[in-house]
Design a protein around this ligand. Sequence first.
Ligand code: MTE
Ligand code: CO
Length: 427
Amino acid sequence: MVDNTDPKGTKQTASRRDFLKAGLLGGAAVAASAGAARAAGEPLITEIQDWNRYLGDGVDVAPYGTPSEFEAHVVRRDVPWLTADPVSSINFTPLHELDGIITPNGLCFERHHGGTAVINPADHRLMIHGLVDTPLVFTMEDLKRFPRENRVYFLECAANGGMEWRGSQLNGCQFTHGMIHCVVYTGVPLRYLLEEAGVKTTGKWLLAEGADAAAMTRSIPMEKALDDCLVAFKMNGEALRPEQGYPLRLCVPGWEGNMWVKWLRRLEVGDEPWAQREETSKYTDLLPNGKARRHTFMMEVKSVITSPSPQVPVTHGKGPLVISGLAWSGNGTISRVDVTTDGGRTWQPARIDGPSLPKALHRFYLDINWDGSEMLLQSRAMDDQGLVQPTKNELRAVRGENSIYHNNGIQTWHVSNDGVVENVEVS
Ligand code: MTE
Ligand code: CO
C-alpha cells in the first residue's frame, strides 16, 4: 500500500515505513489515554452550569447570524507597515484558524487598489465590445438568465508570500500565506457571453476592467476566457461580498488573483495584450539578468502547514498531535503531500481529506505522536501534472532574489520543545 517513490523519483528507505507504522500505533494508544485523563470529578460535567440552567435567546435575535463571541479572534488582519494607505492595501485570511477547504465569506482576504466600490446591482452593467459581431451590454438580470454553474476555486494573490523571498519575515501563516481563499462560486461561464456577442476570428485577447476607482484592467488570452472562466455573482451560496466585487466578478481559475477583476464592468476583445500597468510595472517578475518574466499567470503547486504554526502553538504537550495544512495548484488537483518533522531529512505522506477538486484548496493531515522534542515542520505538495513544490533555494536558483510574485517555495516552522512555533528558513 505504501508508495515507495517520493515525488522526486528517488527510492525511500525502510525508515519512513517504520516511522509511519510507529506513528499510527502510537497515535491510537495515546489518544485513548488523553480522553480518559479528567473523567473523574470534572466539575464542568458534575455541576450544573448557567447555560444549562437558563433559557437562551429565541430565534431571530440575529436575522443574519454571526460566529460565537468566543471566536472573536478569528478575523482578517493586515500588516500596517506593508502599504501606505488602507485604500490600496491587503488583509489576510486567518488560515491558522480554519479547517476543511472552504473559506467563510467574512474571512476571505481583501486586496483592493482603490477601495471597495459600492454598487447598487440595479445600476451595474457589463459591456462586451471590440472584435465582436454584436457589442452587448448586460444588466445583472440579463446575466441571471444564462445557464449557470457552481465551481469551487482558490484565488491566490500573486504576491502571496512575496515578503518571504529573501528569508523568513512574518510570524504566522495568516501573513505568509493568507492572500488566498477558496469558495464555491455561482456564475455564468464566460464562454456563453462571448458566444452571445460573437468573437471575431481575429479576437485573441480579452481585456477585463473593473468599475472601482482603481479601474483594475488585465489582458486575458482568449483560450483561457473560453475555457473555464466564470462571471460570478454568488460565493458560498450568497451574493458576493462588497469586498469581493459585488455584484459581479471575473473568476480566472488557477491564475493569479490580480486577473480576477472585481466589480466587472467591461470586456473588450482585441488581437493582442494591452500592456496595462498591472501587467508591466506590476505582476511581472524581475530576473537576475535584469529581464522580467511577464504573463506568468498560473499559480503553481504550493502548500503550507496551517497548524501548528506561529499563531497556534502546541499547548497540550507531548502525545497525539494533529498536523494540518492546505495544498493547491493552478494546474489541477493535488495528488500528494509529504510532511517532514525534521527539516526535510525524512518525509511521510500526509492524508488528504475532503473533496479533491481541480484548482481548489486541498486539506491534508498528518496525525503524529509528538515526543516533545524540537521539530522543523515542512510540507511539500505534488500536483496531478507531477509538478513538485520547490524549496526556496531551488526557486532562488532559477528566479534570483528580485521577485515579489509567485513564491511557491517550501515553508518551515520551528516548533520548540515547549510548543512555541516560529517562522524560520531551512532551504
Ligand atoms: N479588481 C478590481 N476591480 N480592483 C482591484 O483592486 N484587486 C485584484 C483582484 N481584482 C482588484 C481586483 C487583486 S491584486 C487580487 S489578489 C484579487 O482581486 C483579490 O480578491 P479578493 O479581494 O476577493 O480577495
Ligand atoms: Co493580488
